[in-house]
Design a protein around this ligand. Sequence first.
Ligand code: ADP
Length: 165
Amino acid sequence: MKIAVYPGSFDPITYGHLDIIQRGAKVFDKIIVATLLNSSKNPLFTTEERTEMIRESVKGIQGCEIEVDSFDGLLVDYVKKRKANVILRGLRAISDFEYELQIASVNRIVSDEVETLFFMSNNKHSFISSSMVKELARYGAETKELVPDHVAKMLHMKYGIQKTR
Ligand code: ADP
């Protein structure tokens, strides 16, 4: 069974992340979307909120088993514990490359049994980032092109903004 772990902050999940999961679904038997606990990034959403939003978002994806989980500690340890073979990551632009290369290289030093596989983002979604989505939502702008409706609602609730447009 080909199992991939797709780790990230997913604060919140966007159509960019979902695009990577959909592509992965064509290649893997199972994808474990894993939210990082205790991220130093100081997330807007709690782990429970982030995992719940992912669960709701991946409901329609077919052709592959998708599990949503969260993890703490070293990613490679989690990957081995879950008996996965691959870390799945997305590449949006050249700007992602250096950061992703660094993580992949460190993970390889920690364990050479786990491979990192990169999927190139669809052009349509390559500009989307969770931080950009949060910035827009903070000022009451429309985010429905960037995130599923239920995520847009959560963003509006978080920022206490009534939908104006
Ligand atoms: P992290 O904090 O680990 O970078 P993110 O939630 O920001 O977590 O992203 C998780 C993964 O998804 C990363 O590999 C990131 O490059 C990728 N990703 C994020 N947004 C997009 C997008 N719009 N298109 C493709 N990949 C993306």
